[in-house]
Design a protein around this ligand. Structure first.
Ligand code: GRF
Length: 206
């Protein structure tokens, strides 16, 4: 059973998609054992509580400096003995010590087809504003492993979404979430959880 920690900053619709996929049996061999946010007001924490999942807040404002915050964030994750950390709209830079300690065990969902519209400054609505400004006909979402860069780690899954005539950033964001993010993030966790399972059973990994 893959022990999953989800890190959030906002509404938590991606977290909800993960929980719903587990409840529906589409995401197997995995359990969300903690939800961690930097934002005490994140509705994602409420979603966790409603699901009976420990919800923790580690806010930079509580600490004298960034190094103390970074250490507290890693310590919170360590408490739950996680196999996988999922960044679902987590807007704080992941400390290098966490990336080193959880190497190849942190994934992120980004609301574009990386390498387009990603990197520093590309988050939330800004991603969709840039896609509309460029006039792309297809956008979408990407799940990738987290390395020391910003949206630069190995890509795991992508799903394309058509841009429609008259789309506003808000309308496009919602379509990308519904048609791509909420599909590929649970799927990525399912693949990791079950690839791990087949390795244990000595399964064929072709
Ligand atoms: C999503 O659009 C995701 O792509 C981005 O941040 C947003 C999080 O939304 N990384 P939610 O908190 O999961 O609703």
């Amino acid at each position: 059973m893959l022990r999953v920690g989800v890190m959030v900053s906002g509404g938590g619709t991606n977290l909800q998609a993960i929980l719903d996929a587990i409840d529906a049996g589409k995401l197997t061999n995995a359990r969300v054992v903690v939800v961690i946010s930097n934002n005490p007001g994140a509705y994602a924490l409420e979603r966790a509580r409603k699901h009976g999942i420990p919800a923790a807040c580690v806010s930079p404002k509580e600490f004298g400096d960034r190094e103390q915050f970074n250490e507290a964030l890693v310590a919170k994750a360590d408490e739950y003995e996680l196999d996988l950390i999922v960044l679902a709209g987590f807007l704080v830079k992941i400390p290098q010590q966490m990336i080193d300690k959880y190497e190849h065990r942190i994934i992120n969902i980004h609301p574009s087809l990386i390498p387009s519209f990603c990197g520093v400054g590309y988050y939330g609505l800004k991603v969709h504003e840039a896609a509309l400004a460029r006039g792309v006909k297809l956008t979408g979402a990407t799940v990738h492993y987290v390395d020391g860069g910003m949206d630069t780690g190995p890509i795991l899954l992508q799903k394309a979404v058509k841009v429609q005539e008259g789309d506003t950033p808000e309308v496009l964001q919602r379509r990308v979430m519904e048609e791509a993010e909420w599909v590929i993030l649970p799927e990525a966790i399912h693949q990791i959880a079950n690839a791990k399972q087949s390795q244990k059973e000595g399964g064929d990994n072709r």
